[in-house]
Design a binder for this molecule. Sequence first.
Ligand code: HPA
Length: 251
Amino acid sequence: MEKIQSTPHNSGKVGEIAERVLLPGDPLRAKFIAENFLEGAVQYNSVRAAYGFTGKYKGVPVSIQATGMGIPSFSIYVHELIHFYGAKKLIRVGTCGGMHEDLNLRDVVIAQGVSTDSSVVKNTLGDAVNFSLIADYDLLSKAVVNAKNLNLQVKVGNVICSDRFYNDYDDPDGVFGNGKTSLNERLVAHGILAVEMESAALYLLAAAAKVQSLAIFTVSDHLTKKLYCTAEERQTSFADMIKIALETVIE
Ligand code: HPA
């Protein structure tokens, strides 16, 4: 029998995907990154339109794999990248909803830590401990230096990874409210910068597999300021984040 070379979700063959991978949620953003930032990019996957490409950045092989939205979809691609394809450095490049008032549209946020309302951590580790989901320190410190070298501002801190895009966190009387302040307000009061939907899985899977991971975001909307990027702006206006991620993943 022949050795299985690909997975049900990814037609990339073992060896076609680099050890260094950028992880956008949106397949069209994966294509945009491959076409605009990599040399000689070749597409290895289109199953479920979760496009994947491998090319070179400054001579170093890098893959770009779309993951879809939310922890379950993201976890399938990242589990397979790590355990089937041998990925060792994984950087999520996504969007987030700004929560902290210091943030504005298109600001770049790096997740030093991730808090989550997802049960995925407890399903993995049990509920005796609230496990801290943290970035790989080496990637985090390099990303901060690379941002400085590129003359780009970044905000580094804790983000909330939510299982719901549409939540009732900002309803003071909702299930999570205490009647006085909404959960969103309390999260921001504890230093949470922004909300997104995948990075808890990235930091959890990377910790278990002893590989390096980091999550970088561009603020695409702001929850309290009620500001939104258009779909086109979301897809194409994230060059700052991509440059930081690529410079960091090749080191
Ligand atoms: N909520 C959750 N995830 C997001 C958001 C948001 O407002 N914006 C971009 N990703």
